[in-house]
Design a protein around this ligand. Structure first.
Ligand code: CU
Length: 347
């Protein structure tokens, strides 16, 4: 009798385990988001068919004051609500606004002071990704600013022109805080970047382009814990500067895109939809000596690449798309493609 009971319990246990396993296997296979290790590049992004929206260009942060070579800024991490998708707004984080942050634009050689303020209900840090600076100012995992507190950071900009970015880097909360919207561009200019014959009118022929995949729940909320995967958190919707399926209207022959992979785990393979080359002019560290035509440019999270798109060969009224695999990243609607210049190498 005892033996029979034991076997009954054992068999029920095995049945439960088998059923649960089968359930997870089916769910696992169907989910585009948690598709395992390979999904970092292969899982699909599904919002190509959404209505196109004009690309949001983050504003350039105005200094609080300038005194000789010292420039003072205030950067505030805060909560907000943002219209990211159609329908319900999304609860988000942002710097000096509800989502992402303003572009901080500095000249090599200046001394910058940034009053970093944490208006979140949790600690955060302010990390300057790619900047060459003293570790005491870098906002690494151990240099957090507690909720409600602020901290003045200072460093001298001491590197060549480059596209850098800032984001939180507090231990244990970096991924979720970036996911909710904390990220912004830090652009360094120098004599070279001012003199060089490349597109450089911000928001007109020179665009910051941060590419981020996100997973929204049915209430349009960013539910990181639900989306999180130990293989790297992926999303099935693509946001570019917080814009779904964005376009720009171009009015010059050359367009410069400062591509930043601001995603948690996804790798992008950028290319033009008609196979024409992208001219890479910069990497994470700044300008290349000369432009390099590339059929595709791969960026993993955190990486940047500056490219120039030559629109000279297209007819007015046509459009060209920057894509990653089958996903549309940015549509360029060509209003006019005369004027503007792009010359290299740097002499
Ligand atoms: Cu970083």
């Amino acid at each position: 009798m005892r033996h029979r009971q034991f076997y009954l319990i054992l068999i029920s246990f095995i049945v439960v385990v088998v059923v649960l396993n089968a359930f997870w296997l089916i769910k696992f296979k169907q989910s585009p988001v948690k598709g395992g290790m390979m999904s970092n590049t292969n899982s699909r992004i599904s919002n190509n068919q959404e209505k196109q929206h004009r690309l949001i260009v983050p504003p350039v942060l105005k200094p609080d004051s300038i005194d000789n070579n010292n420039i003072y800024y205030t950067l505030r991490a805060q909560t907000g609500v943002t219209q990211l998708l159609s329908g319900k707004k999304t609860k988000t984080y942002g710097y000096n606004g509800s989502f992402l942050g303003p572009t901080i634009r500095v000249e090599k050689g200046v001394n910058i002071y940034i009053r970093t303020q944490n208006h979140l209900k949790q600690s955060t840090s302010f990390h300057w990704h790619g900047a060459i600076l003293p570790s005491s100012s870098d906002g690494g995992p151990h240099q957090t600013v507690a909720a409600g507190q602020s901290r003045l950071i200072n460093f001298k900009v001491n590197q060549p022109a480059a596209t850098l970015w800032y984001h939180p880097h507090a231990v244990g909360s970096t991924a979720i805080q970036v996911y909710k919207g904390l990220a912004g561009f830090l652009l360094v200019d120098d004599q070279n970047s001012r003199r060089i014959k490349l597109p450089k009118t911000y928001g007109k022929d020179d665009f910051p382009v941060v590419v981020q995949d996100r997973n929204f729940d049915k209430n349009n909320q960013l539910n990181y814990r639900q989306a999180a995967s130990s293989n790297g958190t992926l999303g099935d919707k693509l946001l570019v500067n917080g814009t779904q399926n964005p376009y720009i209207e171009t009015t010059t022959k050359y367009i410069r895109l400062r591509l930043l992979n601001g995603s948690n785990a996804r790798k992008y393979i950028f290319k033009l939809n008609d196979g024409r080359p992208l001219y890479q002019i910069g990497t994470d560290g700044g300008f290349l000596k000369k432009p390099v035509p590339e059929k595709q440019i791969i960026l993993t999270p955190g990486e940047r690449a500056e490219v120039v798109v030559d629109l000279g060969g297209y007819s007015q009224g046509s459009q060209v798309k920057l894509k990653s695999k089958e996903s549309s990243v940015l549509t360029m609607r060509i209003k006019s493609n005369r004027g503007g210049e792009a010359k290299y190498p740097i002499d």
